[in-house]
Write a protein that binds this ligand. Structure first.
Ligand SMILES: Cc1cc2nc3c(=O)[nH]c(=O)nc-3n(C[C@H](O)[C@H](O)[C@H](O)COP(=O)(O)O)c2cc1C
Length: 334
């Protein structure tokens, strides 16, 4: 029905969108495009690839986000990503942290459109999968409409398949990455105008999208929406993605059903030596706003980190929700 592969995306988030998180999110939506945490080219080239790049086949469609700015290196990494089955490679031109700036990648690349274009062209020459860029509307004093149009034109000429635009400029000095996600104001109209000016380039809006009603309103003007914190902190929202944005039923009817469906995965991972908390930390917001959600969250947050915590710990946390839903039955039984 919808051919646009970027219609709904879950943002790359360091320490958050690891493979356990992505597997869990995939149970909530079959259609969303999912992004890894940013992985630097140095890590891909020299690091433990199985650990850094491994993913479950169920995660498809899944995109690898790269941090880097050496055309040869990003091309080499794109090839590695494509060979192990990633569906897309995305270049990070949006992260403002100091550590990232020292490596000359992330948001500071907004000031070097030609270098970004070289990276895109090199990746396009080495892989068949889509090559995309995630950027900001501007950085520091380089934040005029012309600057963004110029950046877009240059990377489009280099063959970029889609541009994901975080609708907030970044301040490269003086603000922490966290402040950079809150403080400069969002400017959605800027992204809408960018699309109007580059009609043939798929453009995806990111930043502050709180729910699927907002997402749907942007989709009237843009090719896609990328949701970050709202998707992670309130993952139950993702259950609405398939029915509301793609017109197909969700795979599971409720957050409870998703938690049940995750059990075999958790058992498998525990058997491999994964700690329970590494998986369940991504579930803390699954029932947010529902009766018993706090007790569920508290139980998991404190108990799942204990040595030997296992599937029973998750079951006990889930029981706290049920107890709250039907308090009379439980109190008479006690
Ligand atoms: C914990 C955290 C980690 C993030 N890590 C990355 C990252 O690795 N790469 C990236 O491009 N953006 C990263 N971001 C930014 C998000 O992808 C997104 O652009 C930003 O949170 C705005 O979207 P939102 O308002 O929907 O959360 C991160 C954001 C958070 C909250």
């Amino acid at each position: 029905m919808h051919h646009n592969v970027h219609r709904f995306c879950i943002a790359p988030m360091m320490e958050w969108t690891d493979r356990h998180c992505r597997f869990f999110h995939r149970l909530l939506t079959r259609r969303a495009r999912i992004y890894t945490e940013m992985i630097t080219t140095a890590a891909v080239i020299h690091g433990d690839r199985a650990r850094l790049l491994g993913f479950d086949p169920a995660e498809h469609p899944v995109a690898l986000q790269l941090g880097g700015s050496e055309p040869e290196e990003v091309a080499q990494c794109a090839k590695i990503a494509a060979d192990i089955g990633y569906d897309e490679v995305n270049l990070n031109v949006g992260c403002p942290s100091d550590r990232v700036q020292q490596g000359r990648f992330g948001a500071c690349l907004m000031a070097e459109p030609r270098l970004v274009a070289e990276c895109v062209a090199a990746m396009k020459a080495s892989v068949k999968i889509p090559v995309t860029v995630k950027c900001r509307i501007g950085i520091d004093d380089r934040d005029s409409e012309e600057d963004l149009n110029e950046f877009t034109r240059v990377v489009q000429e280099a063959g970029v398949d889609a541009l994901i635009v975080h609708a907030r400029k970044a301040w490269l000095s003086g603000l922490s990455p966290r402040e950079n996600r809150e403080i400069p104001p969002l400017d959605y109209a800027r992204v809408h105008r960018l699309k109007a000016a580059h009609a043939r380039l798929p453009i995806v809006l990111n930043g502050g999208v709180a729910d699927l009603v907002q997402a749907a309103s942007h989709l009237a003007l843009l090719d896609g929406v990328m949701m970050g914190r709202a998707a992670y902190q309130e993952p139950w929202r993702l259950l609405e993605v398939d029915p509301c944005l793609f017109g197909v039923p969700a795979q599971f009817v409720s957050p409870h059903a998703v938690a049940q469906a995750l059990m075999p995965y958790i058992e498998r991972e525990l058997a491999r030596g994964t700690r329970l908390h590494a998986i369940t930390r991504h579930l803390l917001g699954l029932f947010r706003g529902m009766p018993g959600a706090r007790a569920f969250r508290r139980h998991l947050a404190t108990e799942a980190i204990r040595p030997g915590a296992g599937i029973a710990t998750l079951r006990a946390a889930l029981a706290l929700l049920r107890a709250n839903e039907a308090p009379l039955v439980h109190s008479s039984a006690a």
